[in-house]
Write a protein that binds this ligand. Structure first.
Ligand SMILES: Cc1cc2nc3c(=O)[nH]c(=O)nc-3n(C[C@H](O)[C@H](O)[C@H](O)COP(=O)(O)OP(=O)(O)OC[C@H]3O[C@@H](n4cnc5c(N)ncnc54)[C@H](O)[C@@H]3O)c2cc1C
Length: 471
């Protein structure tokens, strides 16, 4: 027997479940096919939530380790982390949030069909879970996401050579950890395990950490990581990694050409994620693909009418599509609204905030100084350090800065890049500033409460006009 819905969404990650809720709010009958035993996808189960929970534990440990600075006396002994309790707390958070999505599905009358979905002809989705059932859909939304991928030289064995999927569950803190790749995932795990007590080496092929960020941010992070005792090898290629019964041996080629051999307990491969489309039948259904990703237009329509795709699994064919939870959710909302006949606008991907929750945190939006220059802007910069602020000193948070990239001609804010305390929260103001095509002058005239970290945004705007008040 087949069941009919207005919309069938494949995948209940942050793209799929948000698309489903929005479509239901707009009066559509909706089913979501998800093969995992919980809803929420990568973000809730393996990504944003468990990693940020671990980072909160690392932060708690940091505060306790620095207790004497706060005048807090700790009875004798060294503060230590108990991984069993850490995982129990983290897993409880994940469990609560995934159940929260199940509750939202009930509230919005969304049918969750557990199983693996495959496109089975126009308007048809087959679902396998023990037996097979066929769903009929006026519209299909593919939101099958991504999974970790390695490079040719390194084979993941999930024991000694692991991905983020295993790194969130390590029962013991490894004595030594090598991390390959310094994107958001790499540097977040570097912060977590360094604080937990591991000897951490981070290897990055490009000549700086967090290569997508503004260069000044990369330099500041490297300075801080080195101060924390993290070994940073940039411009270095991992040529080989071999698992042994007791650990892993990594052969690296640094820029000086001399081969370096590093032994460690664990190698974490954080070199990016690839699209999940195996068994989906996308190509057989005539959907145009590009490098394994599903090709969509600016409103997430695939080449097959009635089939849309959103989130980590897509490419717009215009450079790298950001694999971020909030991007997938916004794409889900736009897709649901388009399907429901509402007028929608494409996303401006220059206005997508990027947050990296390493220590110190990074928040950024818009053009970096280098990219603004490449696009031909007459660039003007304003930078202000957190350490000068009263709030920074009270919190003992003296690292980092806010950097504003602006266009000299029209005074428009083109990008804001920050590294330091609460940067992942402070960036929200910058996102709105870009969305509203704000000028530096408007940011200067925006009153920033005192004493707050947000004063650094206002002061960076003043600095862009050559007139920082407190510097
Ligand atoms: C360690 C880590 C940390 C991260 N931290 C952040 C962060 O802090 N902030 C942020 O914005 N992003 C973060 N991300 C990225 C974020 O998790 C992803 O961008 C986001 O989850 C993508 O959502 P999605 O809906 O496209 O896909 P996914 O969340 O991957 O969901 C896809 C779902 O589809 C299901 N599925 C796949 N194929 C089928 C099929 N054939 N049938 C049925 N079900 C199927 C899968 O089981 C999965 O549940 C992080 C990622 C990782 C790995």
């Amino acid at each position: 027997m087949s069941k009919s819905f207005d919309v069938v969404v494949i995948g209940a990650g942050t793209g799929g479940y948000v698309a489903a809720i929005r479509a239901s709010q707009l009066g559509k009958t909706v089913a979501v096919v998800e093969r995992q035993s919980a809803l929420g996808g990568t973000c809730l189960i393996w990504g944003c939530i468990p990693t940020k929970a671990l980072l909160e534990h690392a932060h708690a440990l940091k505060v306790i380790q620095q207790a004497s600075e706060w005048g807090v006396t700790i009875p004798s002994g060294t503060p230590a982390i108990n991984m069993t309790q850490v995982h129990a707390r983290k897993d409880k958070i994940v469990d609560g949030l995934t159940k929260g999505i199940a509750f939202l599905f009930k509230k919005n009358k969304i049918t969750w069909i557990k199983g693996t979905a495959r496109l089975a002809g126009p308007g048809k989705v087959e679902v396998f879970e023990g037996d097979t059932q066929t769903l009929e859909a006026k519209e299909i939304v593919i939101a099958t996401g991504s999974s970790p991928r390695s490079v040719a030289a390194v084979t993941i064995d999930h024991r000694r050579i692991i991905t983020s999927d295993e790194a969130i569950h390590l029962k013991e803190v490894p004595k030594s950890l090598v991390i390959m790749g310094s994107g958001a995932v790499g540097v977040e795990f570097a912060s977590i395990y360094r604080r937990f007590g591991s000897e951490v080496t981070i290897i990055e092929l490009v000549n700086r950490l967090v290569p997508v960020e503004d260069e000044a941010v990369s330099t500041e992070l490297e300075k801080s990581f080195k101060k924390q005792g993290i070994t940073v090898l940039t411009g270095t290629k991992v040529a080989k990694a071999t698992s042994t019964p007791s650990g892993v041996t990594v052969e690296a080629h640094p820029p000086d050409g001399k081969t370096q051999t590093i032994s460690a307990d664990v190698l974490l491969v954080a070199t990016g994620r690839g699209p999940v489309t195996t068994g989906l039948g996308a190509e057989e259904a005539g959907i145009k693909m590009e490098r394994g990703y599903i090709k969509v237009d600016e409103l997430y329509r695939t080449s097959v009418p009635g089939v849309s795709a959103i989130g980590d699994v897509i490419t717009l064919g215009t450079g790298v599509h950001p694999q971020l939870a909030h991007v997938s959710s916004m794409e889900g909302i736009i897709t649901a609204e388009r399907i429901a006949g509402k007028a929608v606008q494409p996303i401006n991907y220059d206005h997508v905030p990027g947050c990296t929750y390493c220590d110190p945190e990074i928040g950024s939006v818009g053009l970096t100084e280098a990219r603004a220059s490449e696009r031909g802007y007459d660039v003007r910069i304003g930078t202000f350090p957190f350490g000068v602020l009263g709030r920074g000193r009270m919190a003992g948070e003296l690292e980092g800065f806010v950097k504003i990239v602006a266009d000299r001609k029209y005074d428009e804010v083109l990008g804001v890049h920050m590294i330091g305390p609460r940067s992942t929260e402070l960036v929200a103001e910058a996102v709105l500033a870009l969305r509203l095509e704000c000028t530096v002058e408007e940011l200067i005239k925006t009153i920033h409460a005192h004493p707050t970290f947000s004063e650094a945004v206002g002061e960076a705007a003043h600095a862009a006009h050559g007139a920082a008040i407190h510097m």
